[in-house]
Every structure is written in C-alpha cells, then in structure tokens.
Write a protein that binds this ligand. Structure first.
Ligand code: GDD
Length: 398
C-alpha cells in the first residue's frame, strides 16, 4: 500500500489523534521502492509482508441483524483470507430462523473457501456463559443473556477474538454492498495499525464518499448525516481544552474501525449506536490528563489513533428510516454531554443542537446510554477454561 504519512496530529494528554491520511495505492507493489527511504517523502510504502503480519493476527467482527444473506456473503468475500471473521448475529430466530440461514450460508461459503470462521448468536446461552464465567455481568440482562444492541455484539466479538489469542480486532458492518470496499477497509486497518509505535492503537475509516441518487443522478456525499454533527462537537470538545479550533477528528461514528487488543481491553464502551463516538470520550477521559488515568502504563506508552480515508464509495443499506438517524445523533451527542469532562459551554451547545432539531423536547433531559466497563477486568483464563468451543455456533477450530 502507498499511503500518506501521518504527518499532523492533535494531542490531548497521552492521546495522539492523527489527521486523516490519504491513500494513494491500495496495492503498493511487490518490491519495496528504496526511494521511500528518503526522509523527504510524505508518502510511505507499507510492504505486503507487514500487512500480512497484522492480518494473520486480526479478527474481523461482523455484526449482523436481519440483513440480506447476499450482502453478508459479499462482506465475507471481501475479508482478506488471513483475517478471522467472527460473525456476531442478533437476527430473528422466529418465526423464520434467519440465524440458521446465516449459519448455513457462512458454513458453505467458508468450507468452499477453506476459511476458518466463528459465527454465534449474541443472545445464545453459550455467549452469555462466556461473560458469566469471566465474571463480566454488566452485559447480561434479566434473562441472563447478552443485551440487545450493536455495541453489545461488538463486545462479544472482542471477547471471542481475545480468547482465540488475536492481537488485533476490527469491525465491518454486514450490510455493505461492495466486497471491494470491505477489502479496502481491512487493508486500511492493517496499514493503519502497522504505523503504531505504541501497543495501544486504533485505525478508523473515513469514508471517501457515500453515493446517493439526487434528481436521478448520482451524488457522492462526503459526510453522513450523523457523522457531520458528531465530528463537529468532538472537535469543539478538543478546541475548548486546547484553545485552538480544530477539524482533526473526522471519524466520530466510524462503524469500520480496528484496535490493537491491548487498547480494546482498556476502553470503556457504551451501548448501541453510541459506541463509536464514545471511543473518543473514553480516550479523553482515561488518557487525556484531565482525570487521573486508571492505566498509567498505557498513559506512558501513549495512545495512537489513525484516521484513514478510503477510496471506494461506501454503499450500504440506507432505508433504515429517519428515526434511526435521529436516534444515532441523540446517542452520539449524549455520550459527549454526559462526560464528566465535557465543558459546560459545550453541554449548552449540544442541548441547543438537539432541541433545534427537535430530537429532544424543551424540557426533556438527554438520555444516558448504558456503559460497560473495560474488558480488562474480565477473567479470561477462567472463561477460556470453561468454554467448550464445539458448542459455539458453527465453528471451525483455529
Ligand atoms: N450483532 C448485532 N446486534 N448487530 C447489529 C445489531 C445488534 O443488535 N443492530 C445492528 N446490527 C448490525 C447491522 O446488521 C449492520 O450490519 C451494522 O450492525 C450496522 O447497523 P445499521 O443499523 O446498518 O447502522 P447504520 O448503517 O445506520 O450505522 C452504521 O454506521 C454508522 C456511521 O454512520 C453503524 O456502524 C453505526 O454504528 C455507525 O456509527
């Protein structure tokens, strides 16, 4: 891959938030071009060996809830062979068992491709038992099962990836129409993480564009309806502390992102669709230097967040309704609003924004999404000893 160097960064305590990096070539060539060794280059070549090194150690979690099987098959097709796909489903099991249909498709696909995989239902007793055995009860509901929600499915995926010894974990939505885009995201994950000097790193995808039909023509929108708002307030957050206006953060709602496992285990998470915006809040709170850090060793090493601009247009299922978009805006801004380090001025602006959009009423308070503590507190040894992998959905041992 040939990629712009991460030249500019915004620092917030121990966090380094790199500005978006531009991709020049998805495939950077077989041989290493020694001209890139010059210190005057602003472009780097990441060798295929380095990309494969990371992909071999990476699981890619694919959350799915009632999506078309053809889309999921396309997503599987785009995952590089060496990455382990972990499909975490919350699809209907009645009256028609969509989960079973997914399992059948995944199983045939992976058998033909000779690809290892894991697929599990988020609400299965087996998944719940892993959390229970690990003493991580926050995610379990009154029935003792993993709660509903995308973030909850992602947490299940992180736990499975860690139990299998993966060093990196990435996330790609299951409703993507273009296998080529999926492939590019996975490659950008490995390229992004390959640049890290710290063991605590993250790579987040900034979509190049999102195609829409406007007046019977294609229009390639740069920003999603939710992300433009989340990014604005995240940047204001940084600006209020630094005293300098910034536009560094452009991946506030990046559903497509990857982390090194040490970082994935240190972050707190928030429920449902607030999860990606909350990554930043958790980083600012834990490693921003405003509050004492619960993890001094990570603070010492530093946290690196790479934002990578993809080249494929992002085309996914879009008919999920206006209420869904409004809910995502509400949730994303609510996690900022409720942070104990959110400046009062910013809280007022967030409230004004949500009221102006009639997302919250004049006298309403902002909901506070449920929080999940860092997974590092989970007892993985016990969970691992007590996990019967043969019972875990459809599973080809890795
Ligand atoms: N396991 C699981 N459990 N998966 C779920 C659940 C759930 O409860 N809910 C949704 N999913 C899956 C969907 O099937 C899809 O693959 C993915 O999670 C994203 O859900 P969508 O409902 O399609 O979200 P979106 O496209 O509106 O939003 C996406 O992009 C946003 C950025 O614009 C999500 O990735 C958001 O998290 C992201 O912020």
């Amino acid at each position: 891959m040939r990629l712009e160097l991460p030249l500019r960064a915004e620092r917030f305590g121990a966090n380094l938030f790199y500005h978006s990096q531009k991709l020049f070539e998805i495939d950077g060539g077989y041989e290493f071009d020694s001209k890139f060794a010059s210190p005057f280059h602003v472009i780097q070549q990441i060798t295929r060996e380095r990309l494969y090194e990371i992909e071999r150690d990476m699981a890619i979690v694919i959350p799915i809830k009632n999506e078309r099987l053809r889309l999921l098959e396309g997503v599987l097709c785009g995952i590089p062979h060496d990455c382990l796909p972990i499909i975490v489903s919350n699809s209907r099991q009645e009256p028609v068992d969509r989960f079973r249909m997914e399992c059948n498709m995944i199983d045939s696909f992976c058998r033909y491709a000779k690809k290892k995989y894991i697929s599990i239902h988020q609400r299965s007793p087996e998944m719940a038992r892993i959390f229970e055995n690990g003493g991580y009860h926050d995610i379990l509901d009154d029935e003792g099962l993993v709660r509903e929600g995308k973030a909850e499915g992602m947490l299940a995926g992180i736990v499975l990836a860690n139990l299998l010894g993966k060093r990196y974990v990435g996330f790609i939505d299951s409703d993507n129409y273009f296998p080529g885009a999926v492939f590019e995201y996975a490659r950008l994950f490995s390229a992004g993480l390959s640049q890290a000097k710290s063991p605590f790193s993250m790579a987040r995808i900034q979509w190049h564009s999102k195609p829409k039909i406007v007046d019977s023509d294609l229009f390639f929108a740069k920003w999603g309806r939710v992300s433009r708002i989340t990014n604005q307030y995240l940047n204001q957050f940084l600006s209020y502390y630094s005293g300098y206006e910034t536009d560094a953060l452009c991946t506030g709602n990046a559903g497509e992102h990857a982390m090194s496992m040490p970082l994935a285990l240190l972050l707190d998470y928030s429920a449902g669709f607030s999860v990606e915006a909350y990554h930043f809040v958790s980083l600012l709170e834990k490693f921003g230097g405003v509050l004492p850090s619960p993890f001094p060793e990570a603070t010492k090493s530093g946290i690196e967040v790479f934002q990578m601009e993809s080249r494929n247009p992002h085309l996914h299922v879009v008919n999920k309704g206006d209420a869904h978009i409004r809910e995502m805006i509400h949730h994303s801004l609510a996690v900022l609003f409720h942070s104990e380090i959110c400046p009062v001025r910013l809280k007022k602006e967030i409230l004004r924004e949500l009221r102006r959009r009639k997302i919250v009423g004049k006298d309403d308070v902002l909901l506070a999404p449920r929080k999940y503590p860092a997974l590092r507190g989970m007892d993985f040894d016990t969970a691992s000893k007590m996990t019967d992998w043969a019972l875990l959905g459809n599973f080809i041992p890795v």
